[in-house]
Design a protein around this ligand. Structure first.
Ligand code: ATP
Length: 455
């Protein structure tokens, strides 16, 4: 399959990407003025636009361009019985160890990726001073109470995955939409996990948006559809510009499988911190529908003219942040142009937060400003556009490079004479003159074209 490198190819480190994200209003540490809240982040203007593009591309591929997947948006707080039946109350936990010396807590299955509290160059348990407890199971669900009384009967959970909201709506969807297995239900929404060791910037957070799709199939087609969705999802990442050498598919060993899964493959991305799960594609079998049918007393099955069965389920599941972080790491580049350093995000144009910047060459020239404003106002109806007349042109280009804007249109003296503008390409730095009247159509066309990263 993919040529598998084990080293990230590119200029990105998590620290550099995080610093650019903060500097350029993609991501801010949350509650910053109060000292922050561990691994909690807020998204700034460009982060919001970029996350929206990631979600839009996911919806386009999974819903808009298919006839067999429908959308759903279920509640975050569900009836708590849902989480008992799904197995999350008893089984959604990670093994936790405490260090009696440094008082830190670690995931017992991730000691190799954690740093000792006293000697960060060592892993927990590796120094003579480390004194780790036996592992104990720690449930990752956040608890809350519904209503005014805080007792056990009122206890509820913030969902740790969006999938269960889909399973409990299976009957509603089947009886109200024209669906028949194989078909899918897709949803995007916030999930919450009280992770023991969040970190690596956006990679592991306690609050994150998931994009999940449950694809219901006849039982004897499950293995085939599992392979189909692994390939389809891998292709999605590639089509949006992730380098092939930075993607691989890894099947879970039996000991790694979640409580609901009969087979799972991770699509892994080579983040600057190493290969990590970007997306999971699980074969959940009939586990969830059977659990909810048993617990609720409602039949959850497919009834056709001549057949009746409990569908099996294939689930591709990814978070927006892991996808956004992979796009940012893949796109981050540093180079020297005309003796000056340039930082650029070589994002796929459809993922880039801003598609085009409109820049009057001289910000104080009234005629240029007027032309530029007119063009900007036309373009912004069609795509995310930005107008900037605030500094020397070189500085304005660099600013756009850093947020990954693929194209800039510059209005200069010649525009006033012949109605043409310069189109600057972020990646090649080439400048071509195009008629101002055709700019919108030209950019719309480029946005539809394939785009490949420079390997
Ligand atoms: P991990 O092993 O990294 O804890 P997981 O196997 O528990 O992840 P799943 O339950 O399969 O993850 O979740 C589906 C997807 O949701 C993951 O592939 C990932 O993209 C995303 N995800 C899971 N946990 C987090 C988190 N804490 N922060 C951000 N994204 C997450």
């Amino acid at each position: 399959m993919t040529e598998q490198l084990n080293q990230f190819q590119g200029a990105a480190t998590i620290e550099k990407v995080a610093s650019l994200c903060r500097r350029r209003a993609f991501v801010f540490p949350s509650s910053d003025i109060y000292g922050g809240l561990g691994s909690s982040f807020d998204f700034g203007h460009y982060g919001v636009l970029m996350n929206d593009n990631v979600k839009a591309e996911w919806r386009r591929a999974l819903i808009q361009e298919r006839e067999d997947v429908v959308a759903l948006d279920s509640a975050i707080i569900l009836q708590p019985q849902v989480w008992v039946a799904s197995g999350h109350v008893s089984g959604f936990s990670d093994p936790l160890v405490d260090c009696r010396t440094c008082k830190l807590r670690f995931r017992a299955d991730q000691l190799e990726q954690s740093a000792c509290g006293r000697k960060p160059s060592k892993h927990p348990g590796e120094t003579p001073d480390c004194d780790l407890t036996e592992p104990r199971q720690f449930n990752l669900m956040f608890e809350t109470y519904v209503g005014p009384v805080r007792d056990d009967a009122a206890r509820a959970y913030l969902r740790p995955e969006t999938a269960q909201g889909i399973f409990v709506n299976f009957k509603n969807v089947v009886s109200s939409m024209r669906v028949k297995p194989p078909f899918g239900i897709a949803q995007i929404g916030k999930s919450f996990r009280n992770e023991i060791t969040p970190g690596n910037f956006l990679f592991r957070m306690r609050e994150f948006e998931q994009m999940e799709m449950e694809f219901f199939v006849p039982p004897d087609e499950a293995a085939e559809w599992h392979r189909y969705w692994i390939d389809a999802r891998r292709d999605w990442h590639l089509s949006l510009g992730i380098r092939e050498s930075h993607l691989r598919v890894r099947a879970h060993g039996v000991e790694e499988l979640s409580h609901y899964s009969s087979a799972t493959s991770d699509i892994e991305y080579l983040y600057p911190i190493g290969w990590q799960e970007l997306e999971g594609v699980a074969n959940r079998g009939d586990y969830d529908l059977r659990q909810h049918a048993d617990a609720s007393g409602t039949k959850l099955e497919w009834v056709g003219h001549e057949e009746r069965y409990v569908p099996h389920v294939i689930e591709p599941a990814i978070s927006v942040v892991r996808s956004t972080l992979a796009f940012l790491c893949d796109a981050y580049d540093e180079e020297e142009v005309a003796g000056r350093p340039r930082t650029v995000l070589r994002l796929h144009p459809r993922i880039a937060p801003v598609k085009v910047a409109v820049l009057p060459l001289i910000g104080k020239d009234t005629a240029m400003v007027e032309q530029a404003r007119g063009l900007y106002e036309e373009l912004r109806h069609a795509m995310s556009a930005e107008y900037d007349d605030s500094a020397a042109i070189g500085k304005r280009y660099r600013r756009q490079d850093e947020i990954g804007t693929p194209w800039a249109l510059t209005i200069d003296e010649q525009t006033l004479e012949d109605g043409t503008v310069t189109l600057r390409d972020r990646d090649t730095l080439e400048q071509e003159r195009i008629p101002i009247a055709g700019a919108r159509a030209l950019l719309e066309d480029r946005l539809r074209q394939d785009w490949r990263p420079r390997e």
